[in-house]
Design a protein around this ligand. Structure first.
Ligand code: FES
Length: 157
């Protein structure tokens, strides 16, 4: 049964106190929980958050399932989210995503055998002016080519 750490619980309570509508604290709280569980969320965790936040599980689940930054299964140490939406696609984002998977020998949303990477295709990350781009964990990398993206990833241990 998942339980937030003391620090995680305090942070969720801080988020709850920050907003007038407690639903506004769902996204930051899911982030806190995901960080405490190696990058993914389980039904157990939703149940726990529901109790802690006094918000129905279904409501938290809706938010969880809607946003691609929350993961439903384990991801690698580096979660590489490649934007394949229109602006990035026009600049080669889809080919870049494909190239990365091929180089690393994985399909989308799988974890590489060394546990380092998961590659996901995602919708617009709001950085269309610097397409094509990808987000690795919390950091944006912009104006990439398939080669520069791979060079970046090779440097991540
Ligand atoms: S389309 Fe890729 S960041 Fe907007």
């Amino acid at each position: 049964m998942f339980k937030l750490s003391e620090e995680g619980l305090a942070n969720v309570k801080k988020e709850l106190a920050r907003y007038e509508a407690k639903e506004s604290a769902i996204i930051p709280s899911l982030y806190i929980a995901q960080k405490e569980n190696k990058g993914f969320i389980t039904p157990d965790m939703i149940r726990h958050l529901s109790q802690v936040m006094d918000i129905p599980e279904a409501r938290i689940n809706e938010v969880f399932k809607f946003y691609t930054m929350f993961n439903q299964k384990p991801v690698g140490k580096y979660h590489v989210q490649v934007c394949t939406n229109i602006s990035c696609a026009l600049e080669g984002g889809r080919e870049m995503a494909h190239h990365i998977c091929k180089e690393l020998g994985v399909k989308y949303d799988e974890v590489t055998s060394d546990g380092r990477f998961t590659i996901s295709k995602v919708e617009c990350l709001g950085s269309c002016g610097t397409a094509p781009m990808m987000q690795v964990n919390d950091t944006y990398h912009e104006k990439l080519t398939p080669e520069s993206a791979m060079n970046l990833l090779r440097g991540m241990r």
